[in-house]
Each structure stands twice: as C-alpha cells, then as structure tokens.
Write a protein that binds this ligand. Structure first.
Ligand code: ADP
Ligand code: MG
Length: 342
C-alpha cells in the first residue's frame, strides 16, 4: 500500500489503530482536539497544527503579520470546535537562512494580536534552523467542563446540520491572491472591495471561539467540527465519527454577497464552500427540538441539511435532484501539494 493511495486520512486512521483507548484520554486521535482527563469535572483540550512554507503558505502571497495571526487562529479554531476555551499556546519555529529579525517580530505581532484577543497565553515552544523554508508548529491547550465538551461523534439520524457564518470566502480569496489581486499593504484599509474581503478571510481567519463555547454551553449540540478542509470533507469526517450519513440542501449553504458577486473566479460559489476549505466556521448538529435554543444564542448559524441513518453524503439541488456528495477538500497526499494553509 502506498501513501498516495490511502491519503492523509487513511494514514491518520492507520496510526490511530495502533493506539489503545484510555480513560485518561476520553477523546484521542480523530477529533479536532484531544480531550484529556486530569480532574473529575474538567477536561484539558490539546491540539497541534503545522504551517509549512511552500505547502500551506507562500511568502509571496501572505505578509508575516497575517501568517502569525493565522497560525494561532487555526489552532484556536480546533479548541472552539470542541466548545472549549483556549488557555495556552506553544510555538515551534524552523527558520530558514536569510529570514530577518523584523520578519520574525511581525510573525509574533500577528500571533499575539489574535491569541491575546482570546486570552490565550504563549508559554513556550522550540526554535531551530531550516534548510528549506519556514515551518510554524503551534500547539494549543484549552479546557471545557467535562459534561459540555462536544465531539465529532454525537450526531444522530434526524439531527439538523448547521453551519456558522458563510462558507467559501477563504477558498475564493486564496484563488484571487494567487492571481495577484493583492490588497495594498499589510495594515491597510480593510473590507474595501469584495476581493479584499475574500482575501482578508483567507489571510486572517477569525476562529469562532465564543460561538463554540456558547453552542456547547447550550447543551443543544450533539456534534461539532470546524470547517478547515471544506464542507464536503468536514461533514464527511463528522458523519464517519458519528457512524451516519447526511443530506445537504445546496440552496441553504450560506454564501456571502462578496463571494456571490466576485468577478474573475474560476468556479461556482458553491464549489468554494464545498471544497475550498480554511473557512474556520463551525459545522454542528442538533435535534430539531434544540433549534429555538440555538436561535436564541444570537450567533449566525444556518440549517443546511439533515443527518440520516443511510451512510454517505447527498446534495439536494434546487431542481430537487439529489446527487452524491463526495469529500473533495484538500488531502496532503492525494492531491498535487501546493495550496493555501490547511
Ligand atoms: P484538524 O483538521 O481538525 O486539525 P486533522 O485532520 O489534522 O484535524 O487531524 C485529525 C485527527 O488526527 C486529530 O485528532 C489529530 O490530532 C490526529 N492526527 C493527525 N496527524 C497525526 C499524527 N501524525 N499522529 C497522531 N495523530 C494525528
Ligand atoms: Mg478541526
């Protein structure tokens, strides 16, 4: 068997099979973060993500402040997806020859500005040289009351599928960035043109920490994941862990006005939502009896479909036709390699 045959997730599954379940880790490999048991009522959440130059980012299309921001954001998003509160961060850096001190200062400026706004403290890391490009590895530790933590595995047939915010902006923004539709300067005006808004969502995603915590605290939510690989892939992960399938209503998938009216994109808006990835929104499920409770939380969440007993995912088009929905997000070993940060 070859790595490009089993892909990134086949490899993770292979590693997972070698690990025995333990009461010390109520959630181990297979969720957005591990949930670790140190005390009776509280769980420690732990997650780590790497950003590798040439794989996840290109210094021609991101400034270092945004890169620092994003490297913190992608980790806090995984804590958010468990309904947790982020507390501590560790940063590993492999720095290539020729990188300047002011660039590293910028990286940390972005990192601090995102992490600080959620009260997460930088408490350590590791530093070394790199022969080939910058590597940033961030570990986030958070916490959640044991009774409120939300895993990927709790969805049940009949549950509604919700997603926060809008999907696809980041994937479209990445495509525009590659086409050199650059915003002017790293600290420049925000939210100007539609293209700038999409690019901003790609470069500086905002993790839904407060929303994740509120959703978990409501007790209405049965499962949750953050959308890092694209709706089709992340819903697939959620269904797999919950041992069920899902139907998505194409018309209900929330798309921003900026995405719908952007010019010069190669694909249809819905395609970016399904397979663009890096939205860092929350995808979650709840029984229909929880719908009103969720509405009252005052967060932006849209019902996009239903969990079904029948495995696999289906997409109901506006015509009423139902087609198979395949996970089509990024896989590090199945696809060509270079892309936006995952
Ligand atoms: P996310 O996109 O939410 O960060 P990933 O798809 O990266 O999640 O990882 C899925 C699960 O697999 C997580 O529980 C993660 O900790 C675990 N995982 C990923 N890579 C490895 C690895 N090399 N060894 C052990 N566990 C891993
Ligand atoms: Mg995740």
């Amino acid at each position: 068997m070859r790595l490009d045959e089993i892909g990134e997730f086949g490899l993770i599954e292979r590693i997972r099979r070698t690990v025995s379940p333990s009461k010390r880790a109520p959630i181990g490999i297979g969720d957005d973060a591990a949930a670790l048991s140190f005390s009776p009522n509280q769980l420690v959440l732990a997650t780590t993500d790497m950003l590798v130059e040439g794989v996840h980012f290109d210094l021609a299309t991101t400034d270092l402040v945004s890169l620092g921001w994003k490297s913190a954001a992608v980790n806090l998003s995984d804590i958010a997806a468990m309904g947790g509160v982020p507390r501590f961060l560790l940063v590993g850096l492999a720095i290539p020859r020729g990188m300047r001190l002011d660039q590293i200062d910028d990286l940390y400026r972005g990192f601090r500005s995102l992490a600080g706004s959620y009260g997460a403290l930088l408490v350590g890391g590791d530093t070394c040289s790199s022969r080939r490009g910058l590597v940033i590895s961030v570990t986030a530790l958070g916490e959640s009351p044991r009774a409120r933590m939300v895993a990927r595995s709790g969805a049940r047939p009949g549950d509604l599928v919700f997603v926060t915010g809008t999907l696809g902006d980041s994937g479209a923004g990445f495509e525009l960035l590659q086409k050199n539709v650059r915003r002017k300067g790293s600290g420049g005006a925000r939210g100007g043109s539609k293209a700038e808004m999409l690019i901003e969502r790609h470069l500086r995603p905002v993790p839904r920490v407060e929303w994740g915590r509120k959703l978990a605290a409501s007790g209405a939510v049965t499962s949750m994941i953050d959308v890092s690989d694209g709706l089709s892939s992340d819903l697939h992960h959620l269904c797999n862990e919950s041992n069920c399938g899902a139907e998505v209503l194409a018309e209900q998938v929330p798309l921003s006005p900026a995405l719908c009216s952007a010019t010069g994109l190669k694909r249809q808006p819905l395609d970016y939502a399904l397979s663009g990835g890096e939205d860092y929104e929350l995808l979650f499920t709840a029984p229909s009896t929880g719908r009103e409770r969720i509405r009252r939380l005052g967060i932006t969440a849209t019902v996009i479909g239903t969990i079904e007993k029948k495995k696999g995912m289906r997409l109901r088009l506006s015509s009423g036709r139902v087609i198979r929905l395949e996970p089509s997000g990024y896989d590090h070993f199945r696809s060509a390699g270079k892309g936006g940060a995952r």
